[in-house]
Design a protein around this ligand. Structure first.
Ligand code: GLA
Length: 468
């Protein structure tokens, strides 16, 4: 299905049409007139199920309406040239192939280099490149580094464009898996949640995803309606943790250590998911509170793909595993609550999930604690928690729709007051959202006529004038 702007953005379609038009002018200014293809990829927020995906557990993310646009035109050679409408993201180019040299750590181009390399390896053939422009600025783009997957969206949108320009088709699940691995290029051993959410989410629904593949390699997922009459509030703490990548890999390492420690009692175990149905009382004595990598000879070999983990890295195995074990249960309970339209029960899972993320997984920070506490005090809020990898980024709250507008204003005011004088001076990003639509190809403009063709649900083309 190639959704129209109305289907993607509903009441905001008018403002989006202006955004698409301005983006087109920018693109033509850079690369000249001609065919231009539009792709979009949303950000995502995770309702619950934190750090469970790489343990083959359950997650419950949803796509945002906030998105990144990629305007692009195929090239005859393998060069990929990318600019950004925001001047602080510098233009770059590379040759698309099986071994693409990385830019320095943290450089935004790596998200797209990783996509190019993964696709070149997957197809096993030389790829044609593209000239591209990225449009992801506020207010339509998701805040960066805030745990809303704006970086993953770059990888995925570039992969979608390159696939199309190379005449390749791939189903969404396979593409999501490929993009998840493509992102390992930047050094984090992340899971599949973000990419599945970006490519498979459905408007107004959260997606219950079982991150353990079936024997045939497919992932089971179910779209669950967010209870009507409720919204999600997303509030950015403004904190960007410098070493989030290192801490993230440490959490992955602690879970893998848990698997190694449980293996004698559970032969065949590959992920924590394998002990999900065992009583905690059975698991607890097998998991020491703390080990170093050097303590466990078997660990060295199962951790060597995790940058930043050394033999004296300390791993709090028991409590990390306890978080994962309990979090999976909370996701199942939250999914049940959604099936039953029980917003109160859903809110309770969010609150409990936050406590575990803080106390067991150690991924909160003082600013997130303040933010979550303030969110819970607001009228109409049924539960709140940090979301995403942690150590900064955003908190979410489930709020009655009637209170949502007021809650946005109140949290901005109260968080600013609570954080002063450490406040960064920038306006805090807070918004209330409905779940958005997955990303993909959004339409094209043919030639210098300045006509944007978006594709309707039944596949027919509809033309509409854009100002040029
Ligand atoms: C990051 C990763 C995800 C997931 C979350 C934590 O967003 O990209 O795969 O592990 O952290 O739930």
């Amino acid at each position: 299905m190639k959704p129209t702007l109305e289907a993607i953005y509903t009441e905001n379609a008018g403002a989006q049409e202006v955004r698409y038009t301005v983006a087109l002018e920018h693109f033509e200014g850079l690369y000249g007139p001609g065919h231009v293809f539009f792709f979009r990829m949303p950000g995502r927020v995770n309702l619950i199920g934190e750090h469970t995906d790489y343990n083959h557990g359950y997650v419950l993310p949803l796509a945002l309406e906030h998105d990144i646009l990629l305007l692009a035109r195929p090239r005859a050679d393998a060069t990929v040239r990318v600019s950004n409408v925001e001047a602080n993201f510098r233009p770059f180019s590379f040759t698309c192939g099986r071994q693409i040299p990385a830019a320095p750590t943290g450089d935004w181009s790596n998200m797209i280099r990783g996509a190019g390399q993964a696709l070149a390896r997957a197809t096993g053939q030389p790829l044609r490149g593209m000239d591209a422009l990225v449009v992801g600025a506020a207010p339509f783009g998701a805040p960066r580094g805030a745990g809303l997957s704006s970086s993953s969206a770059l990888t995925v949108v570039a992969a979608v464009a390159l696939l199309r320009f190379n005449g390749r088709a791939m189903d969404d699940q396979s593409l999501a898996q490929l993009c998840a691995e493509a992102e390992w290029y930047v050094g984090t051993r992340g899971g599949i949640m973000d990419h599945f959410s970006l490519l498979l989410s459905r408007r107004d629904h959260a997606m219950f995803l079982d991150c353990r593949p079936d024997p045939d390699g497919r992932y089971r997922h179910e779209h669950l309606l967010l209870p009507p009459g409720y919204r999600l509030l997303i509030a950015d703490s403004g904190v960007r943790h410098e070493n989030a990548r290192g801490h993230y890999n440490q959490r992955v390492a602690a879970c893998r250590a848990g698997v190694e420690l449980l293996r004698p009692a559970f032969p065949g175990i590959t992920h924590l998911r394998d002990v999900q149905d065992a009583p905690w009382e059975l698991l607890e004595p097998l998991l020491p509170e703390e080990v170093t990598v050097a303590d466990l000879a078997a660990l060295e070999s199962v951790l060597d793909d995790l940058p930043g983990i050394t033999s004296d890295t300390s791993l709090l195995v028991r409590r990390r595993c306890y978080h994962v074990w309990t979090e999976n249960r909370r996701v199942l309970a939250a999914a049940d609550a959604l099936r039953e339209g029980d917003a109160i029960r859903l809110g309770e899972q969010l609150d409990d999930g936050h406590a575990s993320a803080r106390d067991n997984y150690g991924i909160s920070c003082p600013e997130l604690e303040t933010l979550v506490a303030l969110l819970r005090e607001l009228p109409g809020v049924l539960g709140a928690r940090l979301t995403g990898a942690g150590w900064g980024g955003c908190a979410i709250a489930l709020v009655e729709e009637a209170w949502a507008g007021e809650a946005v204003q109140a949290i901005r005011r109260r968080y600013r007051t609570a954080m002063a004088p450490a406040a960064t001076g920038t306006e805090q990003e807070v918004f209330s959202v409905r779940p958005g639509q997955h990303g993909g190809f959004a339409g094209r403009v043919d030639g210098p006529t300045g006509r944007f063709r978006d594709q309707s649900a039944n596949g027919a083309h509809r033309q509409r004038e854009v100002k040029s």
